[in-house]
Design a protein around this ligand. Structure first.
Ligand SMILES: C[S@@+](CC[C@H](N)C(=O)[O-])C[C@H]1O[C@@H](n2cnc3c(N)ncnc32)[C@H](O)[C@@H]1O
Length: 293
């Protein structure tokens, strides 16, 4: 039996290529390779002229990426790791002065579809949500370890959930001493407590908030961006796609305040209607770009 692997549809691809300009050749880093959508686009646009370092925190995504980029094996290097160690990972792979770096933050559809990883509220699975299962603690442990007050802060801060206190209390009560341990348990509690606004499932923001906390995503981003600027060549180009307002705020302020950068996207680039219809996962994407002076 063959298993169907759902590849992630890359977001704002043409716009990323316009910022990164791989056709000029050189050394490039995909800091969030996933299943290689942007990597493939960069390699295909550059007529054998580039070397690409493919990083990801998730081992299974990198394996998919490696298979998908098989035709470019002479041009690609793969490294599993967190982009908070960007300088170290890039240096050890011979990419110490790259011409361009792309970050496409957050979660891929590939990981979302792997039920046992616990990222999806639509699939029954253990509440894990770690990008790297060899590191840190699963979401179920976080739910157990945090006090109701701390959990409410996570839900409010990362998920903008107004009912955060009530939801945190319900999660703790439901567990009655043991952690809520499955995706569907958490989704059901979330739907009971949070009022639905518009079409999106109330569990969406709960899962997003926990994922951000479990993987310390904002911290990784804050630690990584200065390293990206440090290693980029003068004239080197940086593209960052974010999907969450707190992420975008970090990116926006960093780009604006860094004296070594010239921002080339006055406003964030957003997907057009056609892209959102074809790929709803792109709807909250914001792309920002800059050049190292
Ligand atoms: C939106 S997906 C990237 C999709 C990819 N651009 C494509 O087109 O297929 C984000 C990827 O970043 C990875 N990731 C998230 N945080 C990371 C971090 N701190 N360091 C390295 N990779 C990370 C995730 O594992 C995921 O595969």
């Amino acid at each position: 039996m063959t298993t169907l692997i759902l590849l992630h549809i890359p977001v704002l691809t043409a716009e990323v290529l316009a910022i990164i300009q791989p056709e000029k050749g050189g050394f490039f880093i995909d800091a969030t390779t996933g299943t290689a959508g942007h990597s493939l686009a960069m390699l295909a646009a550059s007529k054998n002229e580039i070397k690409l370092l493919c990083l990801d925190r998730d081992q299974s995504s990198l394996e998919e990426a490696r298979n998908r980029l098989n035709d470019f094996s002479g041009q690609t290097t793969f490294r599993e790791g967190d982009f908070r160690d960007l300088k170290l990972l890039a240096g050890s792979a011979g990419f110490d002065a790259p011409d361009g770096i792309i970050y496409d933050l957050g979660l891929s559809s590939y990981l979302l579809n792997e039920a046992e990883r616990g990222f999806s509220f639509q699939r029954e699975g253990p509440l894990d949500m770690r990008f790297n299962r060899a590191e840190g603690e699963p979401a179920s442990k976080l739910l157990n370890d945090l006090s109701a007050e701390e959990l409410a802060d996570v839900l409010y801060q990362y998920g903008e959930i107004r009912e955060s206190r009530r939801l945190a209390a319900r999660i703790k009560e439901a567990a009655d001493g043991d952690a809520v341990s499955t995706t569907t348990q958490l989704a059901e509690i979330s739907r009971r407590v949070i009022r639905r606004h518009g079409k999106s499932d109330p569990a969406t923001r709960v899962f997003q908030a926990l994922r951000i906390a479990v993987n310390r995503e904002l911290e990784s981003l804050e630690i990584s961006l200065p390293q990206a600027v440090e290693i980029l060549k003068p004239g080197g180009r940086l593209a960052i796609i974010s999907y969450h307002s707190l992420e975008d705020r970090i990116v926006k302020n960093f780009l604006k305040q860094n004296e070594q950068l010239r921002v080339i996207t006055k406003k964030p680039v957003r997907p057009g209607r056609e892209e959102v219809v074809a790929n709803p996962a792109s709807r909250s994407a914001k792309l920002r770009g800059a050049v190292k002076i």
